[in-house]
Design a protein around this ligand. Structure first.
Ligand SMILES: [Cu+2]
Length: 149
């Protein structure tokens, strides 16, 4: 190994350590949440909004051709500002995507699996939910609303 190789290798290792430190900093320091696929929750067949307490909710979004079922067939829900919502996502038929505009929530809805992410809705307003995976002729109309009051 000559000097140039050693320098290159050292530089590459330092760069890896810097990148790894930045990932740890983003996760722990900035508390950036990464969406996950959960394995201990069975895929559900119906959308459901469950209230667990003051400003604490659990939302099961069922994506299907071609709408989002947020709560027993409803395509929009209302929650108070400042609510923390544990959001689970699955699909009844084909692959869909669920993006809640104005948040970091952006998860694929895959049949047979459940995606999860926690979102805190601080600001009042209408949060539009759109499908971001082409899922057929009704894809463009696939949308819902989360109304934060
Ligand atoms: Cu779609």
């Amino acid at each position: 190994m000559d000097r140039a190789e050693k320098t290159g290798l050292t530089f590459a290792i330092i760069l890896l350590l810097v990148f790894f430190s930045l990932i740890v900093y983003a996760a722990k320091g900035l508390k950036i949440d990464i969406p996950t696929c959960v394995t201990d929750v069975e895929p559900f067949q119906e959308g459901k909004l469950i209230k667990h307490g003051e400003k604490r909710y659990e939302l099961h979004i069922l994506a299907r051709m071609w709408f989002f079922d947020f709560n027993k067939g409803a395509t929009e829900i209302k929650i108070p500002a400042g609510s923390t919502v544990d959001i689970f996502v699955t699909s009844k038929d084909v692959v869909h995507g669920v993006h809640i505009q104005g948040t970091d929530f952006n998860i694929m809805a895959i049949p047979g699996t459940v995606g999860y992410m926690r979102v805190k809705f601080e600001k009042p307003g209408v949060y539009h939910v759109v499908c971001h995976e082409f899922c057929g002729v009704g894809h463009h109309a696939m949308q819902g609303k989360i109304i934060v009051e």
